[in-house]
Design a protein around this ligand. Sequence first.
Ligand code: ZN
Length: 414
Amino acid sequence: MNAGNKLRMAELLAVFLLAGCLTRMPANAKIKLKEIAHLDISENVNKNININKNTNNDTSTSKDINTNNLKDAYLIKSENNDLAIVSTKAEAQKALEAAKQYFINKYKLIKDKDYNIGFSEKIDIVKTKAEQNKIISSESAENVLQSKGNCNYKYKILNGENLWNICNREHIDIEKVLKMNPKAEKNTKPGDFVILYKYAYKLGLKWNEKNERDEKIAYSVESQKTNKLLQGKIKVQTEGQYGLRHIVEEITKVDGVDVNKQVTENKVVKNPVSEKQLLGTSLTMPTFALGMFSRPVLGKLSSKFGPRWGKFHYGVDLAADIGTNIRAVDGGIVICAGWVKGYGNFIEIDHENSYISGYGHCSKLFVKEGQRVYAGEKIGEVGNTGRSTGPHLHFEIRKNGTPINPWPFISKYY
Ligand SMILES: [Zn+2]
């Protein structure tokens, strides 16, 4: 075969492949019917198949084709498919650019967010020679490039596979596949590549997308044993706090499907704070302060801390029936248990941690000065003694001697 014939053979093969691709186009492909009508596809395909069959015979091939009909043209091809033939390179570029924009709109890509936008396969514009009726307008080429059709792709045969079970699984025509892979029938084995086809967009779009998200970081719990708490009790000293991690991922997508994901940034924005807790070990009720106040009485807030009737009310009043239990809000030592003017029967407990709690208007007292009490221990009963207008507990707290509002300490119980 001389060089001229070799060139012609390459051209004929290109024409044949293009015709094959066009025939596999489905009826619903976005092609203007007028434009493709004159291509007379079926006739050309048959003719080209004949030519292809005769490729072993140089003389017959050259006789069958009228080389005068061939014109300079440009073939747009992907890695495994010839897509369209147009007259000029500029038309090819314009059609590809239009197709790219079509897919950008289709997949709703956003400038800045989506980047590295391109076709998923290598696309070439190849100078060729083609019959006039194979050359389509730039507009038709745009439509072809935006359409779906049976597209060839390379497939590596896996262990346990053969062409028959692959075709069966993919619902594709084995006869067609055998024609596309003339040597395949006898020689294919796992690891070999074959050309298959699938119904898909002729051009795939590939792009990268940034995905930013925050992830919680768990905190650890540090426990410390203490005999200040009853066994089984847990006291949280410092609440644990979740940390935060900022993650940036780069996702590569083809036609909207993730094909690769890579973390490009993984930054700790906030460190977690360990939870610190005390684990009780004591088998008896400790009579020293635990550092938190429990509920002194089951009652209803009837008077707040603050100015009242032109004076200052240095505690809160908790209304309850006479005889309702009054309990020490924390462990400590009783420093007052008796009658105090205004307060009536009054109890004071020094918690030995700068806090002193006071309980006024009691009907009964169950503790004596100097007695140690544990948190929650019954110390008296609600009464109406002293300057009181009804049964209630007057409850107060002093910190380093200064009366402070007890409500924030005990309100969670009410
Ligand atoms: Zn009061």
